[in-house]
Design a protein around this ligand. Sequence first.
Ligand SMILES: Nc1ncnc2c1ncn2[C@@H]1O[C@H](COP(=O)(O)OP(=O)(O)OP(=O)(O)O)[C@@H](O)[C@H]1O
Ligand SMILES: [Mg+2]
Length: 175
Amino acid sequence: MIRIPDSALVLLIGASGSGKSTFAARHFDAETVISSDQLRGALAGDEGDQHATDAAFARLHQWLDARLAAGALSVVDATNVEWMRRTELVRRARQQGRSAIGITFDLPLDLCLARNAARSRSVRAAVIRRQHDELRRGLDRLDLEGFTAVYVLRNEAEVEGAVVQIEKGPVARAL
Ligand SMILES: Nc1ncnc2c1ncn2[C@@H]1O[C@H](COP(=O)(O)OP(=O)(O)OP(=O)(O)O)[C@@H](O)[C@H]1O
Ligand SMILES: [Mg+2]
């Protein structure tokens, strides 16, 4: 059971194609999810336009800070495989006195590659390999990054069977 305080920051962590957005759509209300791809799309007209990455993350941080300050559940849907990106997000939650929960999609590389190949907007295989490597190298240090809790899903069955429980805290301020 994945327990999440309703004022927490949730980081989805996993290579492209590992199923983060699918998981988010299944377990969280759409308005709680902040997606770097959607922000890139809104800023550049193309979700895959990597040139828009810096601008997308600047917006993501602003939006996240406002939600965290209001005590609103915030799910960041980005690969988050780089420890520096994770640390920056966790720091923002801590600054507002919020919990930071990591949900990691440690799925086999071949599965991410196969799912990605079947998508209309596919990411280059080399990029996914690099993300997968970086995720695996970072797994051991996740516990040292300031998260309140980190859950690691290691195969399709664990993802399929995951139960997310959002737990009520003090009443959140309206945004
Ligand atoms: N549990 C699942 N079972 C079967 N197919 C899945 C599952 N989760 C995701 N998929 C499929 O895999 C593909 C990638 O999933 P998704 O878009 O959720 O990945 P992602 O981690 O958000 O990738 P990105 O980082 O590129 O946004 C999609 O086509 C999706 O339908
Ligand atoms: Mg996605």
